[in-house]
Design a protein around this ligand. Sequence first.
Ligand SMILES: Nc1ncnc2c1ncn2[C@@H]1O[C@H](COP(=O)(O)OP(=O)(O)O)[C@@H](O)[C@H]1O
Ligand SMILES: [Mg+2]
Length: 431
Amino acid sequence: MISEFNQSECFVYINLPGETRPVTAGKLVIRPDKSGLPHGMFVYGRSYLDRQDKVPIDPIELKLSDRVYETRALKGVFGAFRDAGPDHWGRQVLERHAGKPELSELDYLLLSPDDRAGALGFGLSPIAPTESPGFNQTLDLAQLQNVAMAVVNDEPLPDESYKEQVFDLMLVGTSMGGARPKTVVEDYEGLWLAKFNREDDKWNNARVEHAMLMLARSCGLTSATSTVVQVGNRDVLLVKRFDREKTGEGYTRARMLSALTLLRAEDTHSARRKWSYPVLAEELRRMSATPGENAEELFRRMCFNALISNIDDHPRNHAVIAKGHDWELSPAYDLTPFSPVSIERRDLAMICGDDGRRAKAANLLSQSNRFCWIKTQRQTFWITCKNRSRAHGMKRPAGQGFRNPTAKKSAAPLSMKDSFTNKRGRSKVPE
Ligand SMILES: Nc1ncnc2c1ncn2[C@@H]1O[C@H](COP(=O)(O)OP(=O)(O)O)[C@@H](O)[C@H]1O
Ligand SMILES: [Mg+2]
């Protein structure tokens, strides 16, 4: 981590497949161009290109080559690097730590620790760090939750006299994307993404998201392993990190790219027309080692999101990972239902068919050829998924879509059964 701000260049490190220590992959420079707009440049290092075991950071946009890559999109940050940096939540913590309302894009990358999603790291030294980063333990969750709540509510820290130490604890996890307060913790099994409930949540998000990840699995999707633990009097969702594997020497790291990067899109409103499931299926076919399976899995996820009203299914909530040389769709994560605003119409965040983003069976099926599925399989899957969702307490009102049967009476999005977890808050359901 650095103490100076407004950096304009840094080195990019990468953990090669199966390795627990990073090597230097190249150099990233972001400077204003003649018109004052950020201009990003990246070049792979010669010693990296000379390695036998080198891998590309992004096999489409940053192929292994000695050319200088340039971009003016995304404030000069290539998509692969943006995916490794903090998002709304991490930025909020870093800004508060730095005492500044905004930092430069490189500062966000350099200030956030190397527990970031994927295999990349960033630093000012041409030599990659040799020390492995330490992690907070699940035992620290109570203190982490208190600090997270103070940041969310813009309140003084629980113990101002230990501000630095408290922030050092909290900075771990800031590089993970997303808006929800979160951190990264370690236990004997490995690393977990800990997602905290917020006081203004409409329902117990930890339990609801955990239930959706399990429901997805029972509908035949591949989803991240999760559990719910009680910290103080609150539930915290722990999602097992699928981009890290514990070994005797430390953690190996999988490379990771978001669908936003695969679609060459931005997360602005105007770039939304590029957010598309069928186009993503085609991008997957281009880069995945198991293109047919991954495109089918994406189709399942699109239908599942429609069935649970997960309208936050934007392209940063889909990713591809590479544990070795090959890329594949990552397990599903961040599956969160929303209370429908309108019974007549619900839209997903991404285009799913001829009728745009509309979460309706006919629309979901309209371009399913592009996902490689044969017609009977598509229809069988849709029906199985609907039945499973119903069996878990989600009802379909007359009209369309699944909606919370108790939405008017309580704040729960679904009739979530408390039997999903035991008294100690651990999941009873085999993961
Ligand atoms: N199980 C996981 N393993 C590795 N990375 C993950 C996992 N779950 C989420 N991520 C990464 O962390 C980011 C934030 O997580 P997410 O669950 O989407 O949080 P939020 O609800 O705040 O959007 C994701 O965009 C993804 O890059
Ligand atoms: Mg998310």
